[in-house]
Design a protein around this ligand. Structure first.
Ligand code: ADP
Ligand code: F6P
Length: 494
């Protein structure tokens, strides 16, 4: 297949073995029509979580949010229906939605789901790839079910595939699907993007089937990462576990060439900014405003996940009130932590822990007419959430480890440029590589986070504006469309 050396104007890809090919520009429909006319192949997105077509409800999870912002009309999006059934489906249900995207989904059998999703994906891979080996629970039946569900995905996708489709698989739930597709004879170009971090060999080797997973990923033509650190770790693992000899970010394995690429994910920043302006006048935003009066708002928005550093964040807020008593009664911290993966023990334990810490902080600092910390465990709809971000003086994004963290980008996009809030961001979020004008903190150090919050709460307008302008330019440039086009242009170029 040909190499195309034309770059998109705003791409900043470093020198590498494959160059991103040219990508159609313009509106979604225009880009889709041009792609078809140029015969560049239909895009088939594969992910475990698929947004329900025309969904208006609250969605918590970066993958579905970012891809929904970028999926073009004509795209086939294949994944799990969200239903747990008696048996895993062997054929997909297909529906074309108003946005021109065709959704094809399968049900997963309850027994498979428990082992695949709660067991191996979220009980072993998720903690390991977030550097939390102490939380890793490995057992063979879970791993076997993981492989079986990946196989079932491949088998159900097979009859829907066309010869020139570009297959783009997403995230850690589907690391062995490409290998299954190859075993079924699929020769299409296959890409894989990992939304979460990758770990160095010393950690990955803790997982018994580490080498088998890497071999599974090596059935792809292109494997994409959020940060250069993740990409480097992947190549180190390929050297140590597969005996690969990478050159310029690519290596050969079983007669195939595997290209590792850096394609950080983004959001549709302009659309989100418009949503935030509209959301200001939503009934929910009005209620929040009324409840706050003239108090400043510190806001956290996350799935209720131990990777997000919520207990440490609560402690940091407590330290803010302790170290800077001038903020007492003048600030409220709202933590929206949408319940997630509640059948996994470590998530249940986290919820209990947060209940306790929230009680401790409110017990210590509340007054008869002021409760400092508000903590809720259900998701908020996007059209209200955007208004909440805009009202917040501090966006508090302090994961202990995170692939990218789209909340950080949403917070920046939602601000009023004339009077913006301040982003306090963990150095261990992928977003910190890019959003360097945020107040960057170590989330393990409660006092450091408290000092940053204080600095943000009293920061002069000019400094807030300057930091925000720089951040906004980045969020608008490395956006969802850029992410998709960059990844797909690499895939087209192999
Ligand atoms: P992850 O993919 O680990 O959940 P990200 O920060 O990358 O983390 O993406 C989270 C996405 O889900 C964002 O689009 C965010 O707006 C949304 N989200 C997260 N938590 C909530 C919540 N509590 N209520 C509503 N939406 C949420
Ligand atoms: O972005 C990371 C991610 O794990 C996605 O793969 C996933 O869809 C999302 O977060 C939410 O998690 P879940 O699908 O388990 O609810």
């Amino acid at each position: 297949m040909g190499y195309n050396l034309i770059y998109m104007a705003n791409m900043t890809a470093p020198v590498r073995s494959i160059q991103p090919g040219s990508s159609p520009r313009g509106g979604a429909k225009g880009r889709a029509a041009r792609q078809e006319a140029e015969g560049v192949g239909r895009v088939v997105i594969v992910s475990n979580r698929v947004p329900s077509p025309n969904e208006k409800a609250a969605t918590a999870g970066g993958l579905a949010v970012a891809l929904a912002d970028a999926a073009l009309p004509g795209t086939l999006w294949f994944g799990w229906s969200g239903r747990r059934a008696e048996e895993t489906s062997n054929a997909a249900g297909v529906v074309t939605a108003g946005d021109g995207v065709t959704y094809a989904t399968i049900d997963i059998a309850e027994r498979d789901y428990q082992k695949f999703y709660n067991g191996f994906a979220n009980g072993a891979l998720w903690p390991l790839l977030h550097y939390r080996t102490g939380l890793l629970r490995f057992n063979r039946p879970d791993y076997e079910a993981y492989r079986a569900v990946n196989r079932a995905f491949a088998e159900a996708l097979l009859p829907l595939l066309r010869a020139d489709d570009l297959i783009w698989i997403h995230d850690y739930q589907l690391m062995t699907m490409a290998e299954e597709l190859r075993a079924l004879g699929v020769t299409n170009r296959i890409g894989f993007f990992l939304h979460i971090p990758f770990v160095p060999p010393s950690l990955l080797q803790v997982l018994p089937p580490a080498a088998a997973l890497l071999a599974g990923l090596s059935a792809c033509d292109v494997v994409g990462f959020q940060t250069q650190g993740d990409l480097d770790a992947f190549l180190e693992n390929a050297v140590q576990l597969l005996g690969a000899q990478p050159e310029a970010q690519r290596y050969r394995y079983k007669g195939r060439e595997v290209h590792a690429v850096l394609t950080p994910i983004g959001i549709d920043a302009k659309k989100f900014a418009r949503l935030a302006v509209r959301a200001q006048s939503s009934p929910d935003a009005a209620r929040l405003n009324e409840s706050l009066g003239d108090r400043q708002l510190v806001l956290g928005v996350d799935r209720l996940d131990y990777s997000k550093g919520l207990p440490q964040r609560f402690d940091a807020f407590g330290r803010l009130l302790y170290l800077y008593p001038q903020h007492r009664r003048h600030v409220n911290f709202l933590q929206i932590a949408a319940r997630s993966r509640q059948e996994v023990g470590s998530y249940q334990a986290l919820r209990r822990e947060l209940d306790r810490r929230a009680g401790d902080i409110n017990g210590e600092f509340s007054d008869f007419d002021w409760v400092p910390l508000r903590y809720m465990t259900h998701a908020v709809k996007r059209n209200a959430l955007a208004g909440f971000y805009r009202r917040a003086a501090i966006g508090l994004v302090t994961p202990l480890r995170d692939g990218m963290n789209l909340v950080a980008k949403e917070y920046v996009a939602a601000q009023d440029a004339d009077d913006p809030g301040v982003l306090v961001l963990s150095r261990f979020a992928g977003a910190a590589d890019e959003l360097t004008e945020a107040l960057i903190v170590n989330p393990f150090d409660a006092d450091e986070v408290a000092v940053a919050m204080h600095k943000g709460l009293v920061m002069p307008l000019e400094e807030r504006q300057a930091r925000h302008a720089a951040l906004l330019t980045k969020v608008q440039t490395t956006n969802a469309q850029h992410y998709c086009e960059l990844f797909l242009s690499y895939l087209r170029a192999v």
